[in-house]
Design a protein around this ligand. Structure first.
Ligand SMILES: C[S@@+](CC[C@H](N)C(=O)[O-])C[C@H]1O[C@@H](n2cnc3c(N)ncnc32)[C@H](O)[C@@H]1O
Length: 281
C-alpha cells in the first residue's frame, strides 16, 4: 500500500479551489449515494438528539448530507440551516431540495455568521478535517449552540481501516499519481479519538465522547461500484471521457480489492471506520 503524501501546510485559497473543483462531481453523484450516506447521517443526528420542531445548524454540508435528512426529522416546525464554504456546493443542495426546506448560507465554519446560542443542535459530517484551524471551527460551533444543546462531528478513522478509500487512493496514485498538494489527503487528519476528544474539550464542550462507527458492507464484484466515490474523491484530477485512464483505474481497483472478495466470490467485503465526537454546550 502506498503511503499518502504528507499533507502540505493548509492554505485557505487552495482549499477553496480544491472544493470548488469538486462541487459538480459531488452534486452529480449525490442522489446515487444518498442511501449509503444515510447510514452515517442517522447515527450522527441521533447522537445530537435532533427532534421535530428544533433548529439545527449543519456545517460543511457539501451536497446536502446530513442536512436533507435533518430537515425530514426537524419537520415544518423546525429549521435546518445548511452551510458550506463553497457557494457551488450550496447550489447543488438547492437542486436536491425543490421544496426549499433548507436555509442555505455560504459560511466558513471558522467564522460563523450566526448569533450566540442560535441553535439547539449542530452537525458536521466529514468537514472538520478540511479547515485550517479545527479548534477555531469547534469554538465557533460551541458559541452558536444553545445551553443544553448538543453538537456532533464525524471524521474518518485511520486510512488503513477504509477498504474503499485505501483501494481508490492506491489505484489513482498508481495510474495518474496524486499531487502531493491535493487536499484529499486531509481526509484522515483527525483519525485519533483521543485527539478529537481533546479538541472538543478545548473548544469548551462538556460531556465530550468520541466513539468509533464501523460499517461493514458488501459490493458486487461484477460492477465498477467505486465510480461514484472515484468521481467525488478524484474526479477533479481526471479528464472527462478519458476511457483509457478509467479502464486502467478499474483494473487497478480489481487488483487492490482482490484480497477483500467475500467467500462466494461474487462480492467484495468493504469496511469503513468513522469517528463520532459529540459534546454539549
Ligand atoms: C467531505 S465534504 C463533506 C460534505 C458533506 N457534509 C457530506 O458528508 O457529504 C467536505 C465539505 O467541507 C467543505 N469545507 C471545506 N472547508 C470548509 C470551511 N472552512 N468551512 C465550511 N465548509 C468547508 C467543502 O466545501 C466540502 O463541501
Amino acid at each position: 500500500m502506498t503511503d499518502p503524501p504528507s499533507p502540505t501546510p493548509i492554505d485557505a485559497a487552495s482549499i477553496r479551489a480544491h472544493w470548488r473543483d469538486k462541487a459538480a462531481h459531488w452534486t452529480g453523484w449525490a442522489e446515487t449515494t444518498a442511501a449509503m450516506a444515510d447510514r452515517f447521517n442517522r447515527p450522527l443526528l441521533d447522537a445530537v438528539g435532533l427532534r421535530p420542531g428544533e433548529r439545527l445548524l449543519d456545517l460543511a454540508s457539501g451536497a446536502g448530507e446530513p442536512a436533507l435528512t435533518a430537515a425530514a426529522i426537524a419537520g415544518p416546525a423546525g429549521r435546518v440551516v445548511a452551510t458550506d464554504l463553497i457557494p457551488e456546493m450550496l447550489a447543488g443542495i438547492k437542486q436536491r431540495d425543490p421544496e426549499r426546506r433548507l436555509t442555505l448560507v455560504a459560511a466558513d465554519m471558522q467564522r460563523l455568521p450566526f448569533a450566540d446560542a442560535a441553535f439547539e443542535r449542530i452537525s458536521c459530517r466529514f468537514g472538520l478535517m478540511f479547515v485550517p484551524d479545527p479548534l477555531a471551527a469547534l469554538t465557533e460551533a460551541r458559541r452558536a449552540l444553545r445551553p443544553g444543546g448538543r453538537a456532533g462531528f464525524l471524521t474518518w478513522g485511520p486510512r488503513a481501516d477504509q477498504t474503499l478509500f485505501t483501494a481508490l487512493g492506491d489505484a489513482v496514485d498508481e495510474v495518474i499519481g496524486v499531487p502531493a498538494d491535493d487536499h484529499h489527503w486531509q481526509v484522515f487528519r483527525l483519525d485519533d479519538p483521543q485527539a478529537l476528544t481533546a479538541l472538543l474539550r478545548d473548544a469548551g464542550f462538556r460531556e465530550v465522547e468520541t466513539r468509533a462507527l464501523k460499517l461493514d458492507g458488501r459490493a458486487p464484484a461484477d460492477r465498477p461500484f467505486w465510480r461514484p466515490q472515484l468521481a467525488m474523491s478524484f474526479g477533479h484530477l481526471l479528464e472527462d471521457g478519458d476511457a483509457a485512464t478509467h479502464a486502467a483505474i478499474d483494473a487497478a481497483m480489481r487488483r487492490a480489492l482482490a484480497p477483500h472478495r467475500a467467500e462466494d466470490g461474487t462480492r467484495y467485503r468493504l469496511q469503513a471506520h468513522a469517528l463520532l465526537a459529540t459534546g454539549a454546550a
